[in-house]
Design a protein around this ligand. Sequence first.
Ligand SMILES: Cc1ncc(COP(=O)(O)O)c(C=O)c1O
Length: 491
Amino acid sequence: MPSPALPADRSNPQAVTSGDGLAGPAPRPSSPAKISATKILARQAARESAARTYARHLPIVPVRAQGSWITGADGRDYLDCLSGAGTLALGHNHPAVVAAIRAVLDSGAPLHVLDLATPVKDDFTSALLEVLPADLAADCRVHFAGPTGADAVEAAVKLARTATGRRGVFAFTGAYHGMTAGALALTGANAVRDPAGAGDAYLTRLPFPHPYRCPFGLGGTLGESASATYVRTLLSDPHSGTAIPAAAVVEPVQGEGGVVPAPDAWLRALRATTAEYGVPLIADEVQTGFGRTGALFGVDHAGVVPDIMVLSKAVGGGLPLAVVVYRAGLDRWSEGAHTGTFRGDQLAMAAGAATIRQIVAEGLAERAAMLGDRLIGRLTGYQARHTLLGQIRGRGLMLGMEIVDPTGEPDALGALPAAPATARRLRAELLARGVLAELGGRHGAVLRLLPPLTLGDDEADHLLSVLELALDTVSEQTSRRDVRDLEVAGV
Ligand SMILES: Cc1ncc(COP(=O)(O)O)c(C=O)c1O
């Protein structure tokens, strides 16, 4: 597997090698030097909605990007450990993806065809079916949803309701399934649910096992089996007050919830229980799919095959695309049961097919597993010196560092209070040193790392050394002032 080195000239990530072997700059649409980042950011703040997110915390103006790197209008290079919230499996402007998009454009094929059949769509569907868990691929249907993960989640739940004739849905604490009304109802974050009035009278919220903040106060495998037992009891107890639902929805690794992997044994128990009671299991693989967690799909770690799989992000190779794959027996939909104008983006399908094939050809899932283990090992090693690192967790290249107040009162299991202001300072220190990362999880106190799966060994080393410097600075700041004061002040 080629491990992309840092671009030789990182001030010009688009430097290309010409046929005669001489490196030369690729043509640029405009010179970044002429673009005023400050003015663009000021106009954005004045014109765009208060709901904008990443733009607030990462005030850069990307003008070019290649591989793991983004160049800002400020002329600086940034190591992208966000990669479109996990979308850019192959990093920015991967040659295979660019070539696939260019081939469609040059072919004169229509770009918009609603959900009509095209050779591009046919090829994408073949590429997808080749990598799905064999047991699902053997007898499934593919539905092209509107191009967002949220729309595909909506479709999955509607499908399960239609197929079973039931209404209820089981979803977990810490879950994130998107921002449209139905998907938001399944999402756990109260801060976004409550103001939107999101609710679903038929939703049952279940405790997701959390290795650091166990919802039962038990921790470890005791917490996991308590959660599994609770699900089983709800379904088996005739006095549980809960009807058998249309579906149970689970993320194999909760991303926005703070990078919390579903324990393998727990996921197998959930699969076994839902199968026993005839409840379709929906795996939301929007973020975990296509190698991100070190296996092609997040459920593969546990050897679990869901009845319905929701896919987006990497499936479109960086362009908007979302699909639902489900057992053919559930296909009780009537014509038009879930439509949308943008369900046939040809460029996204070409980019997606190229991405899927590249991930397999280059063994990028295996590489993500190897790199992820290495990063987790090194970051865990930092915990001895940096007591603000409460827990390092994740799978593959979906990593989280929970930032805590080391001076705070530990709970019964030793978990320290979340320190969101400290986490924000860490994010800012990383940005100042040219690394883009975001926060998530409870209280926004988990620093999330989602680099491209093509991250090179030297880029991983670079990330680790920048993280170490940033941690040194933040640890030093917090040792000078009482962390609780800083947290209360929110600085
Ligand atoms: C697990 C999961 N499901 C659904 C979504 C929603 O996807 P989208 O933002 O494309 O609507 C996300 C987005 O981060 C996600 O991580």
